[in-house]
Design a protein around this ligand. Structure first.
Ligand code: SME
Length: 163
């Protein structure tokens, strides 16, 4: 299946069930692209990335502070990061001993990072510009469907009207 065909398949699955958009995107990416060994979505909650739906081995990194990992770097830089050799990148937080390369794509709406798509591969240098384009299109498709965390209560004191 080409990346264009896969994108359309993801789009249709999301149209069928918008409430499961994130789960469907992760499921189809992992099912249709053999080198995508681990596919997951992290959602931004305050200054932490919290693991949402994923396919692959359970990760020890269920909460990643923004300053840490390739995931934290992509969210901070608001840019896709491709790492051809994770073991040569000091930012890398290991998830599985078999992982060789990784791509992290921010999910953004109107300039704000809401989360990110994280894909690991057991193959070195598995990700190229075509993967970047596919995953950035999927991120844009998901962005309006990501629920923002509840806003913190307003701490401003009540303004009383004085007559
Ligand atoms: N490798 C990521 C951590 C998440 S796991 O890959 C699932 C990182 O360096 O941020």
């Amino acid at each position: 299946m080409t990346h264009d065909e896969l994108f359309i398949k993801i789009e249709r699955a999301i149209e069928r069930d918008p409430t499961r958009a994130l789960e469907e995107a992760v499921r189809l990416l992992a099912a249709e692209v053999p080198v995508y060994t681990w596919v997951g979505i992290y959602l931004l909650d305050g200054d932490e990335l919290v693991l949402g739906p994923f396919v692959g081995k359970p990760s020890p990194h269920t909460r990643i502070p923004l300053g840490r990992g390739i995931c934290g770097a992509a969210a901070t830089e608001k840019a896709t990061i491709i790492v051809d050799d994770v073991n040569a990148d000091p930012r890398y937080l290991a998830c599985s001993i078999e992982t060789k390369s990784e791509i992290v794509v921010p999910i953004m709406l109107r300039g704000d990072v809401l989360g990110e798509i994280d894909v690991d591969s057991d193959r070195p240098a598995a990700f190229n510009d075509a993967d970047r384009r596919l995953l950035e299109r999927v991120a844009a498709l998901l962005a309006p469907r990501v629920r923002r965390p509840k806003p913190k209560p307003d701490l401003k004191p009540d303004v009383k009207q004085v007559h």
